[in-house]
Design a protein around this ligand. Structure first.
Ligand SMILES: Nc1ncnc2c1ncn2[C@@H]1O[C@H](COP(=O)(O)OP(=O)(O)OP(=O)(O)O)[C@@H](O)[C@H]1O
Length: 519
């Protein structure tokens, strides 16, 4: 690897009000490398990515160079693109009401040579091969808003990859792989591998420490806005080493041990004959104190279960019996579900989970204040403040500032606020969809501990997720769905490799970046 760095950031700081999000940060990405940028939630990673596209202006001082050429700050988006910087931001930056094709091609249309008209056929032909190689056939004419989180991520990734200019520039992925399952990640990294082989570089922001070790050549670690490890080679590094660098302390995690009393208990929540768009005639039971996981491929139907059992999406058929009360899932209203003790923590906090303009405290108290003893009655203000305070401390929401608008917290801290909001209702049945998405290694452990504590207090917990490692740390039992029905049931301790095998019908993990593996 020779020549000027693809990206060279020197002495860059960023202050929001009195808070310094980045403090004298320098970072060098050399040609043809995948360079990981990791750090706790709120450590400044996205802020750095946003400075590169001009969303944030850095404080005076510092410099940014791309392929040896200085980029004027505040960065103008078109300058960044011309210099070869493409960024997939954490919120993906898609326009919901536009179609997949329009999102991919906007600003890039190629009018016909003579007619100057834009041909849909030509535009489709431009993107089809890329999407095929990404291993995710996408409905080009569907509005992006109707896609799953994973498909939206694929659109944003494809959009950045199509702009990659062979042999120059840098592509920044900010938590872009967080909703992708293992197989899609394999296809994604096969593509990325081709891109970096040309000499273009990738800056990868991710909380997936296993992913970072597998794919990144070097890693830079931010802690509280400062660089604590600069461009450390990943060869020989372990997840424990990385977790220590990220948190500044050691962390140990192990699979849960199921309390034998839980196994003897009868079901607390029982779903019968559930039919949704994909799920067919599904029965499942969750005991009090048990955490049950459901997983599978994206089209297996597991992702619709949280919404079907909580009244968010009407089921085609099915019932839920919870504490001797049987609810008809074809007509369950969200309000009735809440009053019955069902809490749903959805995926995609921006779309479905948080009122971003309201304060963290208001978000946490919204459902709790409307469900006390099953009756709609506001909590007293003082007590309410304490409840919000307590949950923010338990989940280590940073900064600990309940009055800040939820939208100004970093991605992972928003996820913690969302979880606090529903845990504060002290539900009988807690339903979670991808609860650990976008949270750092320490926060993930705090979330797992908090969810398990909720279970230990007698709550039944149902988790839908695609991350086998997270499921193994969280669940007593995991159901693997295929084509809408249960294909396998794994009992604890759940081995992540068994989850992958069952999900992919016997096929195990391939390496994410086999070309890097020593022979
Ligand atoms: N627009 C803003 N206004 C005020 N503070 C902000 C704003 N954007 C970010 N911050 C603060 O800057 C700090 C860094 O946030 P940033 O989003 O860069 O963190 P991050 O490392 O990307 O976290 P995560 O892993 O959770 O995405 C946080 O304390 C955050 O609350």
């Amino acid at each position: 690897m020779s020549g000027a760095p693809r990206l060279e950031i020197t002495g860059t700081s960023k202050t929001f009000g009195r808070h310094r999000a980045l403090d004298d940060v320098s970072l060098e990405v050399v040609p043809g490398e995948i360079h990981a940028l990791i750090g706790q939630n709120g450590s400044g990673k996205s802020t750095l990515a946003k400075i590169l596209t001009g969303i944030h202006a850095p404080d005076p001082g510092g410099s940014i160079r791309v392929d040896g050429v200085a980029l004027r700050t505040p960065v103008r988006p078109l300058d960044a693109r011309a210099a070869g910087v493409a960024v997939v931001h954490q919120n993906l930056g898609l326009v919901g009401h536009l179609t997949v094709l329009e999102n991919l091609r906007v600003g890039r249309y190629r009018p016909g040579r003579f007619t100057r008209r834009i041909s849909r056929r030509t535009e489709r032909a431009q993107v089809a091969p890329l999407l095929e190689r990404l291993g995710r056939p996408l409905p080009l004419d569907e509005p992006v808003a109707s896609l799953t989180e994973a498909d939206r991520a694929a659109v944003a990734i494809a959009r950045a990859l199509q702009d990659a200019d062979s042999g120059r520039g840098v592509i920044v992925f900010d938590e872009s792989t967080r909703s992708l399952n293992r197989r899609t990640m394999e296809s994604f990294y096969a593509l990325v591998d081709e891109v970096v082989a040309t000499g273009t570089s990738v800056l990868l922001i991710s909380h997936g420490l296993e992913e970072v070790i597998e794919v990144a050549d070097r890693v830079t670690v931010l802690r509280d806005g400062r660089v604590v490890a600069a461009g450390t080679p990943t060869t020989g590094i372990t997840e424990t080493d990385l977790a220590r660098l990220v948190l500044g302390r050691s962390l140990s995690s192990s699979a849960p041990v199921t309390d034998p009393a839980v196994l003897r208990a009868g079901p607390k929540a029982a779903v019968r004959g559930l039919c949704g768009a994909v799920v067919r005639d599904l029965d499942l039971e969750v005991r009090p104190g048990e955490v049950l996981g459901v997983t599978g491929l994206p089209d297996s139907g597991y992702g619709e279960i949280p919404y079907l059992v909580s009244g968010a999406t009407p089921a085609r058929a099915g019932t839920l019996t919870l504490a001797d009360r049987t609810l008809d899932l074809t007509r369950l209203d969200v309000g009735v579900a809440m009053a019955s003790g069902i809490a749903l923590v959805p995926e995609g906090r921006e779309q479905a989970g948080l009122a971003t303009a309201m304060s963290a405290r208001e978000n946490i108290l919204l459902p709790a204040s409307s469900r006390r003893g099953g009756r709609l009655r506001p909590l007293e203000r003082g007590a309410a403040r304490e409840v919000a305070q307590e949950w923010m401390i338990r989940l280590d929401v940073r900064p600990h500032a309940p009055d800040l608008p939820a939208g100004s917290f970093s991605g992972g801290n928003q996820q913690k606020v969302l979880l606090a909001k529903w845990l504060a209702t002290r539900p009988e049945l807690l339903v979670l969809h991808e609860p650990g998405q976008a949270v750092d290694v320490g926060a993930r452990q705090a979330i797992i501990a908090t969810v398990r504590a909720a279970a230990a207090s007698g709550c039944a917990v149902l988790v839908a997720g695609g991350d086998e490692n997270e499921l193994s740390l969280l669940c007593d039992r995991v159901l693997v769905l295929r084509d809408g029905v249960v294909a396998a049931e794994l009992s604890g301790p759940v081995d992540p490799d068994d989850v992958v095998h069952a999900t992919f019908a016997g096929a195990g993990r391939r390496g994410l970046r086999p070309s890097r593996r020593p022979a």
